[in-house]
Design a protein around this ligand. Structure first.
Ligand code: SF4
Length: 342
């Protein structure tokens, strides 16, 4: 075993945090944790993981679950495509694999939403396969150890990092090693801070030796996020409020209040009138921004009091129903406002 590998594994055995999925080897539970941890902070996932598994303890229960219930338990975790793919993946597991997750990385990758990282993580952690799981944390740590200065998204650079990672991957305990890399990325080799004096890789780390760790990995410049102005109309008679289930790809299947594009040069009264919403009783309520991966919504909310709460494609819901509906985080501040009204 490479001395670096030995150092990383023994550091991990001493520092591994007590996480709900720590030590878990049941493939389904590992799979759920890895999907939840994609682009989501560990602290956030901790609040969801146990509750989700209580509701859906095995692949069969999740495969049969209504998507709306799954979305409700996913509410606040974001990236809802993951929740849809998770259900579809378990349907495939039940139909094609007899309700047991496949062991090999290649078979796992056939499941909807299971990419390079999750397939390697599940295959190594749950089935003990020698696979390197390389996510953003792993890329950061390995870039710094190797002093890699190429743009980290480039295939040739990824291939170099992967080759190095595989050269130090142990023949037994690859799952532990993958989790150790993740732990290093979370605890000592952070995006904007390095605690090299506490890091097991320091004696081998070129980024540390050269003093340029914080400049690594080198990233390609990000395209600017698109900005959209949205007018959110909270149309209510004091007892019910209008909502609709989104059919768009973004936030598909989640509920929202009346959510209108707000072109430049138009007043809010004009936007409401253009969309057939009475504006005589409309009152500015609150403004919120919501940042998506490629898009920012600048939202201005208005309460619109009316006697007739109806609109084509929308349903009027009362307080209890509103609380039970899965809503995206972007709508959450408006839901809180509405709950003060109805
Ligand atoms: S020694 Fe420093 S820069 Fe290198 S991997 Fe450890 S924390 Fe990161």
């Amino acid at each position: 075993m490479h001395p670096l590998t030995k150092a990383v594994l023994s550091w991990h055995s001493l520092t591994a945090r007590d996480l709900p999925w720590r030590g878990e080897t049941d493939p389904y539970r590992v799979y759920v944790s890895e999907i939840m941890l994609q682009q989501t902070r560990t602290e956030t996932v901790k609040k969801y993981y146990g509750r989700f598994l209580l509701a859906f303890p095995d692949p069969a229960s999740l495969a049969q679950a209504p998507q709306e219930l799954v979305n409700k338990l996913w509410e606040g975790l974001g990236y809802y495509t993951r929740a849809r793919n998770l259900v579809r993946a378990m349907q495939v597991v039940c139909e094609a694999y007899g309700g047991r997750l496949p062991e090999s990385r290649e078979e796992l990758k056939k499941l909807p939403g299971c990419g390079e990282y999750v397939s390697a993580a599940v295959s190594s952690i749950a089935f003990g396969k020698r696979e390197l799981a390389l996510d953003g944390n792993g890329v950061r740590v390995l870039s710094r150890i190797t002093g890699e200065t190429g743009i980290s998204d480039l295939p040739a650079v990824r291939a170099r990092l992967r080759a190095f990672g595989e050269s130090i991957l142990p023949f037994e305990g690859a799952g532990e090693f993958n989790q150790a890399l993740m732990g290093m990325g979370n605890l000592v080799c952070l995006p904007k801070k390095v605690l090299c004096e506490s890091c097991p890789a320091a004696p081998w780390c070129l980024g540390h030796r050269n003093g340029n760790a914080l400049c690594l990995p080198v990233k390609a410049p990000k395209p600017e996020k698109r900005q959209e102005r949205r007018l959110i109309a909270l149309v209510t008679d004091g007892k019910k409020v209008l909502v609709r289930k989104r059919a768009e790809k973004l936030l598909n299947g989640l509920y929202e209040f009346v959510n209108l594009p707000w072109p430049d040069g138009f007043s809010w009264r004009e936007v409401l009138a253009e969309n057939g919403i009475t504006h005589e009783t409309a009152q500015p309520a609150a403004d919120f921004d919501h940042v998506f991966t490629h898009l920012i919504w600048h939202m201005r909310g208005f309460t619109v009091k009316t006697d007739l709460v109806e609109r084509e494609g929308f349903q009027a819901v009362d307080r209890e129903q509103l609380l039970a509906l899965p809503m995206p985080s972007a709508m959450e501040p408006f839901r809180r406002l509405v709950l003060e009204e109805i």
